[in-house]
Design a protein around this ligand. Structure first.
Ligand code: FVH
Length: 288
């Protein structure tokens, strides 16, 4: 028999997680603050618990997927967790994850923090993965069960590491999407249709540029290459045209301005002959 599992929280993501466990044949108990949410889970065989305490009691592995960290605390506080493994997949900061790990562990449970790198429709599919950190023994015990949700990637015993990895990837994603929204705003201002622009130019360009990240990572780990293919002095000079064009097209340059400032600072600090990877050092200097 497969490991019985409990899912706390039946929002869009919790529902997808419960469906994936059910599809993989796990006896699955579910609970949600608002009763009756996601009724399709009942016909798929879910056992609906009346309270969070009943849901936790039903399974050794308790997967939590609620809105925010405070919600996790208010839901689990005071409940019997002894002997359980709590895998908390709620979005959190590294600090929140460490604090939650401490009080869950104090309550007698093993704690895994998770960062889901997927949208609900991807859960159970090949492209989804989930970062985990925290109790290594618990990960080794349950990674097979958790792989019903997404490929598990364990990143260390420090409970904050999964959130750190998650937030690093989300930061990169929002930077990319922000840039893409700006590009689409420029095109919209010129009445260029979004779909052909995106298919023919935007996605191929971003895809080609993404490969340069490998070289930048190599620069950071092994030291910068002897010559920069596109040096920062050149990029800082050309970047001014991005802001000027946005303003001329009536598009707010708010997403572009900080990168321009960073490029100018890099050149002023003597890194004009280096490549974009040199910006990492500047970003590590606290603001203010
Ligand atoms: N959906 C996504 O694309 C992303 C993908 C990456 C991971 N995130 C994180 O997953 C967490 C849950 O996200 P979600 O998409 O399921 O969110 P909602 O559909 O809004 O459901 C929220 C659930 O949280 C429950 N809830 C809210 N407040 C409370 C509370 N005070 N006490 C108990 N439960 C609470 C809510 O219950 P209800 O409103 O139905 O009663 C839902 O079950 C989240 O951390 C994402 O960042 C998703």
């Amino acid at each position: 028999m497969k490991t019985p599992v409990t899912v706390l929280g039946l929002g869009a993501m919790g529902t997808a997680l419960a469906r994936a466990f059910l599809a993989a044949g796990h006896p699955t108990t579910v609970w949600n603050r608002t009763p009756g949410r996601s009724p399709e889970l009942d016909s798929l065989g879910a056992n609906r618990a009346a309270t969070a305490a009943d849901a936790i009691a039903a399974s050794p592995l308790v997967v939590v997927c609620l809105l925010v960290d405070d919600t996790v605390r208010s839901t689990l506080d005071g409940l019997e967790l002894t002997g359980k493994t709590v895998a908390n997949l709620t979005n959190s900061t590294p600090g929140q994850a460490r604090a939650t790990a401490e009080w869950v562990t104090t309550a007698g449970a093993q704690y895994l923090d998770g960062g889901i790198m997927a949208v609900p429709a991807m859960i159970g599919g090949p492209a989804a993965f989930i970062f985990y950190s925290g109790a290594q023994e618990a990960f080794e015990q349950y990674s097979g069960d958790l792989s019903a949700l997404a490929s598990p990637a364990y990143v260390g015993t420090d409970a904050g590491l999964a959130a750190l990895h998650d937030i690093a990837l989300l930061s990169a994603m929002y930077g990319m999407f922000g840039g893409a929204q700006h590009a689409l705003a420029l095109m919209a201002a010129a009445e260029v249709p979004a779909v052909p622009f995106t298919e023919q130019f935007l996605v191929p360009w971003l895809t080609a540029m993404l490969t340069s990240l490998h070289g930048m990572a190599g620069d950071l780990d092994n030291g910068p290459a002897d010559t920069a293919g596109s040096n920062l002095a050149m990029q800082a000079a050309a970047y001014e045209n991005l802001v000027t064009t946005a303003e001329a097209q009536g598009v707010n340059p708010m997403l572009l301005v900080p990168m321009g400032e960073l490029l100018r600072n890099a050149v002023a600090s003597g890194a004009g002959d280096q490549d974009l990877s040199a910006l990492v050092g500047l970003l590590r200097t606290p603001a203010g």
